[in-house]
Design a protein around this ligand. Sequence first.
Ligand SMILES: [Zn+2]
Length: 100
Amino acid sequence: MIDVHCDSCSKPFYIRLQEQSHVKGVIETFFVCPHCGKRTTVAVTNNKVRKKIEELKALRLKIGQEDDEKEIDRLRLKSEKLKTEIDEQMADLKQRYGKR
Ligand SMILES: [Zn+2]
């Protein structure tokens, strides 16, 4: 639970995350202000992005277990690239399916 202030009415509330499915496996995570009903989109993912998020988790786990510094650098670079791809795709999805 995160305590935030609403962008719209500035009243504080606890975030209760909700999910809504859209077409083509797109899932939007959002919360609603209990005072004014303003909906804020936190994240929007599709199957492709969720797969990449799983890949990123696996990569980070691997980095934590790796001893070879060169290999760690290589994996870090790979995970940063993957993270950028995820951010870009999620930003794009958020624009398309986020709060209207
Ligand atoms: Zn509000």
